[in-house]
Structures are given as structure tokens and as C-alpha cells.
Design a protein around this ligand. Structure first.
Ligand SMILES: C[S@@+](CC[C@H](N)C(=O)[O-])C[C@H]1O[C@@H](n2cnc3c(N)ncnc32)[C@H](O)[C@@H]1O
Length: 350
């Protein structure tokens, strides 16, 4: 392994969590910092195929092991989450265990990071409500990189509603009227190279492993949602690459229904050339096929997300940017959000 590969992998570990998440989640926050100095972890990450070279994949593999049985990783994770533990000692032991048994991680490298974060529906929902006021009242929602499809129900999952166990918590940094009507979602489509099926135990386990263990609220909500999902309208799932499948999905949508294409935390898994091809296809569909587009991605990973509204810079480090393209329009910056939708700072273009 060259020192360049190590330097790149170390940098990825150091930026794996936003500063606010690293402070909120000390076990994972300190673990990724230690992984950035650990030769076994640097070796594993640098030899992971580039598309999946994400520290969160390694974390998900460890969490998967910790959730499976009573084993040493389960015990170490339990200690990592216990208040008052010396995290430095626990993390040293986690890394010793990885050095002894790297297969704990490497056996999962064929998988991909499939975190399906419903918190992003709090952002998608706010954009849909705004699009409805602008005439997109009857829509087909198309979630590109849908994982298990949890973000296909922004009209079913409440936001900031203490009475509902499913409720998402989104701290709106700018006043947002969440009582506005949603558009009618006539059809729901998901596209994914490897869609997860919540009726399969291993898929459920992998979904849960992709959630950070200190985020108990997220884990509990995931379990509730996964149990509720089968009672909601069934989506149409297309298996395959986004750019190849999108035009086929659009053929399924009747006249009078606006296709709304959504991608959230997907394009980081595309090469720069694939990102550009996707951008050209989707903006063409907005221009000529009456589609709308909502893109929620990191501008660090996706070059075209560097489109900013100079009057509205990101309020926090590590934020995701929101681009929206209305039917017949061009993409514009509509604000910023936490990568998991914990907060939203929303400035729809006029
Ligand atoms: C990090 S997950 C995000 C899931 C979901 N969009 C969310 O926000 O919760 C990325 C998903 O994109 C899928 N994916 C990656 N590359 C893809 C491609 N070229 N076409 C379609 N799906 C893809 C992966 O299989 C995975 O389920």
C-alpha cells in the first residue's frame, strides 16, 4: 500500500462524521479518528473498490458483527455505548480485535452502504409541499437509490409530532409551514442496483447495521417503520442502474401526473462521469418531459452540487445541499440540511 493511499483513506476516516455528529456520538466520533491512524483499517479501506470506499461501510460491518450474536464485538459495542466507560480503552480493544480478525469487516466489503434514512423525508416532504403550491399537485415519486424504499412515504411519516412514534424530528432553522398540503402521490417508484427487501431478515439486519448504534432514536424508528411499511401502498421497484432505468420508469407515468425524481445520498457512489451523465439525463427530463427533480447530496462528493445561493451559505459544516429543478426550469439551490435530515434551512427560489 502506498503512503498516498493511506493518506487518502485517513482523510476519509477523518471526514466520515460531520463535526456536529462526532460531538453528539462520541463512540463513533472517536472510533473513526482512531481508524484514521490504524494500519489494518487503512489497509482495508484503501483496498475497497473505489465506489464503496466509505468509512461508513467498515462501521456498518462492525455494527453488523456486534448485532449478530454475543461475541467480543457485541461486548465492545455495548461498552462503547455505556456512559462513563473509558472510550479510548474500548476503541483500542475494537482495533485489536479487527487486527486479529479483519474478516469481521472484509467479509462485508462486497455489500454497499445502504443506510436508508427516513429523516431525509422531512426534507423531501418540505420540498414537495412547496412544489405543490407551484402547481405540481398530482405526482409520481421516483426515489433513485431507494435502498428499502423508506423515503417513498413523506406523506405518511409525520414530522415534529410528539404523538407519533414514527415522527421525524427536524429542527427547522428557517420558519417552514409544514401544514401546507402535500401533493397527491399517485404512484411510487424506487430504483436501486440492489434494493433491500424488509421481509428478508438479512436485509433488515444490514439496514440496521448501517445506522449508527449511538443513535438509538434512529434505530427504534427504523424498526417501527420496517414493521409498518407492508401496510402502506406498495411501490414499483426497478432493479438496476439509475441512469439506465429512469427513462423506463417515466414510461409508466400517465399524462397529467408530474414525475418527481428524488436522489438523496446516492450520487457519492457514482463516478464523476456517471454523475455528469445522470445530471444531463435528469435536467433533460425536467426540460422536455415535465419532470421535477430534488437532489440532496454532499457538495464535497458531487461537483454539480457546488451550485450555491450566495445569500444563503451553509449554516453548519458537513451539511448536505438541496438542489431543485421545477418542470421546464433549471436547477437552483434551495438550501441546506443535516445529512440525516435532523435540521433544515430552506430557501426555495422565487
Ligand atoms: C447510502 S444509500 C441511500 C439510500 C436512500 N436514498 C436514503 O437517502 O436513505 C445509497 C443507495 O444507492 C444505491 N445505488 C448506488 N449506486 C446506484 C446506481 N448507480 N443506481 C441505482 N442505485 C444505486 C445503493 O444500492 C444504496 O441502496
Amino acid at each position: 500500500m502506498t503512503s498516498n493511499n493511506y493518506a487518502e483513506a485517513a482523510q476519509l476516516f477523518r471526514h466520515a462524521l460531520s463535526p456536529e455528529d462526532a460531538a453528539r456520538l462520541p463512540f463513533y466520533g472517536q472510533l473513526v479518528k482512531a481508524m484514521a491512524e490504524d494500519t489494518t483499517c487503512l489497509d482495508i479501506l484503501s483496498s475497497t473498490p473505489r465506489r464503496q470506499r466509505k468509512p461508513v461501510l467498515l462501521l456498518a460491518a462492525l455494527h453488523y458483527a456486534a448485532r449478530r450474536d454475543t461475541n467480543s464485538m457485541s461486548q465492545l459495542f455495548a461498552r462503547g455505548l455505556r456512559p462513563g466507560e473509558d472510550l479510548g480503552l474500548v476503541i483500542d480493544e475494537v482495533l485489536r480485535e479487527v487486527a486479529r480478525s479483519p474478516e469481521l469487516i472484509t467479509q462485508h466489503i462486497h455489500r454497499s452502504t445502504q443506510t436508508n434514512e427516513p429523516g431525509r423525508s422531512a426534507v423531501i416532504g418540505a420540498v414537495l409541499q412547496e412544489l405543490a403550491t407551484r402547481g405540481s399537485n398530482s405526482i409520481a415519486l421516483i426515489d433513485v437509490g431507494c435502498s428499502a424504499g423508506l423515503n417513498l412515504y413523506p406523506d405518511f411519516i409525520p414530522v415534529n409530532d410528539d404523538a407519533s412514534p414514527l415522527s421525524l424530528i427536524c429542527n427547522d432553522l428557517i420558519d417552514i409551514d409544514r401544514t401546507k398540503a402535500f401533493p397527491r402521490i399517485e404512484l411510487r417508484f424506487g430504483i436501486d442496483t440492489n434494493p433491500l427487501d424488509v421481509s428478508r431478515e438479512d436485509d433488515r439486519q444490514w439496514l440496521a447495521a448501517c445506522v449508527w448504534p449511538e443513535d438509538q432514536t434512529r434505530l427504534l424508528r427504523l424498526e417501527q417503520l420496517v414493521d409498518t411499511l407492508p401496510s402502506w401502498p406498495e411501490p414499483h421497484i426497478f432493479v438496476g442502474d439509475a441512469t439506465e432505468q429512469l427513462s423506463a420508469v417515466l414510461l409508466e407515468i400517465p399524462d397529467g401526473v408530474t414525475p418527481v425524481i428524488v436522489n438523496s445520498w446516492v450520487l457519492a457512489y457514482f463516478s464523476p462521469a456517471e454523475q455528469l451523465a445522470y445530471y444531463e439525463l435528469v435536467t433533460e427530463l425536467c426540460r422536455s418531459a415535465g419532470a421535477a427533480w430534488i437532489s440532496i447530496e454532499s457538495s464535497f462528493d458531487v461537483a454539480f452540487h457546488q451550485l450555491n445561493n450566495p445569500a444563503h451559505p451553509s449554516p453548519k459544516k458537513g451539511a448536505s445541499s438541496i438542489l431543485v429543478c421545477e418542470p421546464g426550469g433549471v436547477p437552483s439551490a434551495w438550501g441546506w440540511c443535516h445529512p440525516h435530515g435532523h435540521w433544515l434551512s430552506f430557501t426555495p427560489s422565487a
